[in-house]
Structure formats: structure tokens, C-alpha cells
Design a protein. Structure first.
Length: 224
């Protein structure tokens, strides 16, 4: 079958944006957009090609997706419209600058400053989700669909929620309090509870459930 890959492009040396069509033929009904992109001259990011790294995040037919998980057969009438993520600065073609993800993690202090605390009888409400939280691949799709997230804002979106949950489950009391305050400022106070992030996550992380647990521990329990 013939597919039309309609790509919204941008050169590194120019701010000009333009659409360009590429005709691609495939006989494999399981072939993905990522497979097709490897065979045409367009700039994009990829790594694992197995939906485990998040590098190939982009807008496919108006839906934020991972190119390596989006089958060409899903493209209606054989037309596959590809655009870079819209909430991040475009570098070139389908490549965007997602460094804000790393910067937000730094602001949230997502690292252990002491040995992990597994022995104490701590609240298990969030510990049970610690393993699931490690599934986050920092692709940025959750921020793309979030109505409250924008570059430069105090609300960091769902991308920091899983790692905050994991950090709080392993922190001692002093660091727990500091990280809980950061959670309140950059997550709790800005979330409108649309939970579009939950529906779009390629790793199927239940961000709604995580935030319920985090709110109970990091907000209400700390205030008491």
C-alpha cells in the first residue's frame, strides 16, 4: 500500500515552516511510522524503537504519539500527517528541545540525598506504586496534552509525578518534607485534574492514582 507522509518541516538555519509530502510504499501491515522515517530524508529522534525511551515523540495525525508504536495501517486513507511536539521549541523538522523536562526534575530535586530508606514502617500508600513510577520514559507526551502546562510556568505537569512518588517513598523525614513542599508548589497547586496525561501515556502510567496517593501523603498528612 502507498502512504503519504505529510511532514511539517523546519530547517535548523531558518524559522520558515513548510509541509512536504513523501510517498512511501509498504506491504507490512505492522510497519510503524518510525520504520518509514528511517528511509526518508527527514530529521527526527529515535533510539530503542520499542516504546521504551520516548525519543520519537511527535504529533501523528493530530495525536501526540511515539512513532515506533504507531502503525502506518492506522493512517486513514493512507495519509500520515507528522508534526513536531507543539509545546517545545522546534530545533529541526520533527526534533524539539525537551530540556525543560530535565530542568524541572532538577528544580524538584529528584535525587536521593541519603541512603534509600526501606526499613522504617513508612506509609505504604505511595510505596505500592514505586515500581510503576519507574516506567516513566520522560517522552513529554503528558505535557503536550496538559491544558495547564506551558514553558516557563510554575506548573511542571505529570512528567515529574512518577519520580516524585518514587523519591518520597525512599526519603528520610527531613528530605521528605522539602520534596513534599516542592510537589505542592509545582504539581498540586497547578493541576486542573483533567488527567489527559493518564489517557496519553505510552507506558500506561496511572497518573491520577499516583496524584491521589501523593496528595494524601505530601499535602494533607504533612499539613497535619
Amino acid at each position: 500500500m502507498k502512504y503519504t507522509l505529510r511532514i511539517y518541516r523546519k530547517k535548523r538555519s531558518s524559522d520558515e515552516r513548510y509541509w512536504q509530502d513523501f510517498i512511501y510504499e509498504s506491504t507490512d501491515e505492522n510497519e510503524t511510522v518510525a520504520n518509514a522515517l528511517t528511509k526518508i530524508d527527514v530529521k527526527w529522534e529515535c533510539s530503542c524503537m520499542q516504546e521504551k525511551c520516548g525519543a520519537c515523540a511527535m504529533i501523528i495525525n493530530n495525536t501526540p504519539s511515539l512513532a515506533c508504536g504507531y502503525k502506518l495501517s492506522r493512517c486513514k486513507n493512507g495519509i500520515c500527517k507528522l508534526e513536531p511536539l507543539r509545546k517545545f521549541p522546534v530545533v529541526c523538522d520533527l526534533i524539539v528541545d525537551r530540556s525543560i523536562l530535565h530542568e524541572n526534575l532538577k528544580t524538584m530535586k529528584i535525587w536521593l540525598r541519603q541512603d534509600a530508606d526501606f526499613e522504617k514502617d513508612k506509609d505504604s500508600l505511595y510505596r505500592e506504586l514505586a515500581y510503576e513510577s519507574s516506567e516513566c520514559i520522560q517522552c513529554g507526551l503528558c505535557l503536550e496534552v496538559c491544558p495547564n502546562f506551558y514553558l516557563g510556568g510554575d506548573f511542571f505537569g505529570a512528567s515529574t509525578v512518577p519520580l516524585t512518588l518514587r523519591l518520597l517513598s525512599e526519603s528520610d523525614r527531613e528530605n521528605f518534607i522539602e520534596n513534599a513542599k516542592l510537589y505542592v508548589k509545582h504539581e498540586f497547586e497547578g493541576c486542573g485534574k483533567s488527567f489527559a496525561c493518564k489517557a496519553i501515556c505510552p507506558r500506561h502510567i496511572d497518573t491520577e492514582r499516583m496524584m491521589v496517593k501523593l496528595n494524601r501523603v505530601a499535602v494533607w498528612k504533612r499539613r497535619k
